[in-house]
Design a protein around this ligand. Sequence first.
Ligand code: CP
Ligand code: NVA
Length: 305
Amino acid sequence: MKGKDLISVADLDVGDVRRLLERAQAMKMGEEGGAPLTGRTLALLFEKPSLRTRVSFDVAMYQLGGHAIYLSDAEVGLGRREPIADVARTIGRYVDGITARTFAQATVEELARHATIPVINALSDAEHPCQALGDLLTIYEKKGRLTGLTLAFVGDGNNVAHSLMLACALAGMHFRIASPHGYLVGDDFRRKAKALATASGGSILCTKDPVAAVRGADVVYTDVWTSMGQEAEAVERRRVFTPYQVTQELLSQAGPEAILMHPLPAHPGEELAPGLIDSPQSVVFDQAENRLHIQKAILAELLGR
Ligand code: CP
Ligand code: NVA
């Protein structure tokens, strides 16, 4: 990997993604054992709540022979109790890596700039790279390939959409996203993804029409309408996104073997019709499991150097 950190999917090239997926699969199958991070410690610096990310990083460190320390925002107060730069410079004297879940992308970037140790983005307002990489692993397992597949994202052009769009573009996939006016993916992300897709043989399509996005797709993906930090907009978002609910009817527009994905936590009755999480097409819990395997590969790469 180019740098010491994983802040954005754009920090990776095609070779990095391939290696991480192969290593995650080997770890999952028990083909790569051992304890490459014996004696290493990871700080989990979280400004927002988490189930999957927190538990899977903690377990990943344990399984790799290392140790994790969870630090809540109430304890650390990034930028409030003390400057972000000082937190980065202090914590680097004790631990070997930082996994940070922050409100602002600028905060995780600032941590990475001032820390001498690797910093991993565990979700910010702009990206969720560990989720996107785990999702590629899940799609690869379910479909046996990535190149040439079509993924349709229905909903908010949010952090999860940004990272997934970049990841699909790197993998030579066709990424389509249906979002209402005012909730599109960021222009910068779209430009970056288009450049990556041009190089990989993939493509990027942004539309307002969920059916146009989903038609014939191999993967249908959705995420919450209101992300952490946007709670004040929840009522307006529910109104705007109602036509973007993934229903059985919308899913039936996808390819016959299409899988349904969601990073979780899900809000049944909002972005997913009630019960759809239990449909035979849903792979959401395998998807959640793969966060562990991909993060073990990421940690072994970044902290095991
Ligand atoms: N998908 C995901 O990141 O879940 P958590 O917010 O529970 O970590
Ligand atoms: N977009 C969601 C993802 C949660 C894993 C959020 O940021 O809250």
